[in-house]
Design a protein around this ligand. Structure first.
Ligand code: GLC
Length: 706
């Protein structure tokens, strides 16, 4: 048995205790269960954890959940008996409902276009993570520290991980609430670093805008139609024959000029980079990779070749540190052309015409830096994670002063440290729109706060009604991008009727007004792991009526979102949240918004891009509780760069008190070295289904009459 644990218990020697013990408590009070015959070389260093957890104590005798390990037909199995009446959540990128009891989820990353809406197919990512919520509101989380192909089964009394690989460790976290559980999860897996503010804006994409003139036209349309937006995306056709890190000499002959044009119109640019490198002598990426011997090998030790968009491709072996370093260098010249963000797609990896659309399991990876070499079976599920790890290194190398933005289709638990994600090639259909809510909620509960679907749907033609409805809720997801596939009708907000355009504009306007609040929620996610978009039960984990709700959801702690098409949703706090609208007239599509009593939500004035958003003029939506009190927070920093890590930010605490007919609101800097902004403030008193706005005032203490 090889145990790679650091163990400091009194003066006892590591080895003797490790042999005698099969379970420990880490310094963060997380239980680690080791199976007999555990071989750390098959699993460590773990991609899940930011650093190897340190075992410091013996497990307490009253620890509630235990793991029983077994081997059967070459499979390694871990079973965890759980109590009755536990609601289960998590399990990563999955279809089906939010509540995950009674499900089998296969963890094997596969390119699965137009997937079904309720279970069955395994998708692009794997998260060996199950969370449980007991009736009393306490929570537990289970991590199988295992990258091999496995199935999670969530029966009512039993959670099972059944793996085709060698015996693996299981970590169990016990906490008093789901909030504390999310914090404990990110203490292990690492925190998402703050994304650039622009990436929280509206993104317009399609497969594919071609040529560059079309991209400029889309930019012009967005501005002409006054659709607030921040980013335009370049799908594969910008490349020269799908060769990554090149530009099509006809359609994208001058990327600097295109990117300058977009920048002048306050757009950022995101370009696709896939892992498959066209096999071709004379193509610099292939030449460099071949010269360095950087490719994944087949079972005979020859560079593996598989077909993707460009035809036969080599695949970098991202398990190797020297390959990641080389890959990182490729971004320097590329980003210098004015590229702001990168889209890593097809990184399950997708390989056309092969079994399960991926590379053979007996392909070989070399590892390094403590990671032993091994078969693709071991590293398949972390191909995407290792790719985005290398890409992030590259973006930081190219632009050390900028926050990297990478969107990845494939990933693994822990991969939120490197990239945001979207839910792959969904379908333009109402059931996929409905599904997008539990899917994104579940990803958030699985440690990936920055995620969202292709709004309008990717596969097949969308339609006016669907784009209107989906945009009306999509703007409250962490990641907001309209995207569709080749050969389908256009689905930009203006592609249908004036009505659809108006609905989309109103919805996106709302997102931009909410941006100070949304950015504050992202900041929270980057510190305590709380999902930006979260289930209603996060408001009160003891309220059993909220446990299954997956049509209405929360954006941060204070805002509830109900899609128009979802009647009769569960209501937190006995229905006391106050409904309000940000417009004078209802269009029949906008989501119903409700504010938590006792909260303050900061809103910006309408802007056409995040670059225009100013917090020197804010509307504060105040919704007081039964005692007439409310409070909230506002986080501000430069929106990009890393100075915030040196304290250059401003965290403002806002408090309100209502006495008789007077409402007094005070603002006070609570943290950060950035000088507080001199602001004009307007109070929006949320009560009785309405917002009553005050006049604009200056100062940090404002009293208005109601
Ligand atoms: C994959 C991606 C999709 C993209 C297409 C072409 O299907 O999931 O988003 O548009 O490839 O690059």
């Amino acid at each position: 048995m090889t145990l790679r644990v650091s163990f400091f218990l009194g003066s006892l020697a590591v080895a003797s205790l490790a042999m005698a013990q099969t379970s420990f408590l880490t310094n963060d009070s997380v239980a680690v269960f080791y199976p007999p015959h555990y071989d750390g070389k098959q699993h460590q260093p773990s991609p899940i954890f930011e650093r190897e957890p340190v075992a410091v104590n013996q497990l307490t005798t009253d620890w509630p959940l235990h793991v029983s390990f077994s081997q059967k037909n070459g499979h390694s199995i871990a079973k965890i008996d759980i109590e009755d009446d536990v609601d289960l959540y998590g399990t990563g990128e999955v279809t089906g409902p939010l509540r995950r009891n009674g499900r089998t989820i296969e963890l094997w990353n596969i390119d699965t276009p137009a997937y079904g809406v309720d279970g069955g197919s395994h998708l692009y990512q794997s998260h060996p993570w199950v969370m449980g919520l007991r009736k009393n509101g306490t929570a537990f989380g289970i991590i199988a520290d295992n990258t091999w192909r496995q199935k999670i089964t969530t029966d009512d009394h039993l959670v099972t991980f059944d793996s085709e690989g060698p015996a693996f460790r299981v970590f169990i976290i016990e906490r008093e609430s789901p909030q504390a559980l999310m914090q404990a999860l990110v203490n292990l897996t690492g925190k998402m670093s703050l994304p650039p503010l622009w990436s929280l804006g509206y993104h317009q994409c399609r497969h594919t805008y071609y040529p560059d003139g079309k991209v400029m036209e889309i930019a012009d349309q967005l501005r002409r139609h006054r659709i607030p937006s921040d980013v335009i995306w370049m799908d594969i056709d910008y490349m020269d024959g799908y060769r990554i890190f090149t530009f099509d000499p006809k359609g994208f002959e001058n990327p600097n000029r295109l990117n300058d044009y977009l920048h002048q119109h306050s757009f950022k640019t995101v370009y696709m980079i896939d892992p498959g490198v066209k096999v071709e002598k004379g193509y610099f990426v292939d030449d460099q990779g071949t010269a360095g011997d950087y490719w994944v090998k087949d079972r005979n030790g020859k560079a593996f070749e598989g077909n993707v968009w460009p035809g036969a491709c080599h695949f970098p072996d991202f398990t190797r540190p020297e390959v990641r370093t080389w890959w990182a260098t490729l971004y320097k010249d590329f980003m210098a052309k004015g590229v702001d963000g990168v889209w890593n797609d097809m990184n399950e990896p997708a390989v056309f015409g092969q079994h399960e659309n991926t590379m053979p399991g007996d392909n070989q990876h070399k590892g390094g830096d403590g990671l032993t070499s091994g078969s693709h079976l071991r590293f398949h599920n972390v191909f995407g994670l290792n790719m985005v790890r290398a890409s992030r290194q590259g973006l930081l190398l190219a632009n050390p002063q900028k926050r990297p933005f990478i969107l990845s289709r494939s990933n693994f638990l822990g991969g939120h440290r490197y990239a945001a994600t979207w839910t792959g090639d969904n379908l333009s259909a109402p059931d996929h729109m409905e599904l997008s809510i539990p899917m994104s909620l579940t990803l958030g509960l699985s440690g990936q706060p920055f995620n969202g679907p292709d709004i309008g749907g990717f596969c097949e033609n969308s339609n006016a009604e669907l784009v209107a409805q989906w945009t009306a809720i999509g703007v409250y997801f962490p990641f907001v991008r309209n995207h569709n596939t080749k050969g389908t009708i256009p689905q930009e907000p203006w592609a249908f009727t004036q009505k659809v355009l108006d609905v989309c504009r109103t919805a996106i306007n709302r997102r931009y007004m909410l941006m100070p609040y949304i950015y504050t929620c992202f900041r929270e996610a980057s510190i305590n792991g709380m999902p930006v978009m979260r289930p209603l039960f996060m408001n009160d984990s003891k309220d059993l009526s909220l446990r299954k709700e997956d049509r209405a959801f929360l954006l941060g702690p204070n805002l509830m979102v109900r899609p128009q098409w979802a009647a009769d949703v569960a209501q937190p706090d006995g229905g006391s949240w106050q409904s309000f609208s940000l417009e004078d007239h209802a269009d029949g599509y906008q989501a119903e918004l409700r504010q938590r009593p006792g909260s303050i939500i900061p809103l910006a004035n309408l802007a056409q891009s995040t670059a225009e958003i100013r917090t020197d003029s804010l509307t504060l939506l105040v919704c007081v509780d039964r005692d007439g009190l409310a409070k909230g927070q506002l986080y501000e920093d430069e929106g990009d760069g890393f100075d915030y890590q040196k304290g250059l930010y401003c965290l403002t605490e806002m408090k309100a008190i209502k006495e008789k007919k007077q409402l007094k609101v005070t603002l006070c800097q609570k943290d950060g070295l950035m000088a507080p902004t001199e602001r004009k403030i307007r109070i929006g008193y949320v009560h009785g289904g309405k917002v009553k706005y005050s006049h604009w005032k200056t100062g940090n203490e404002i009293t208005i009459s109601l």
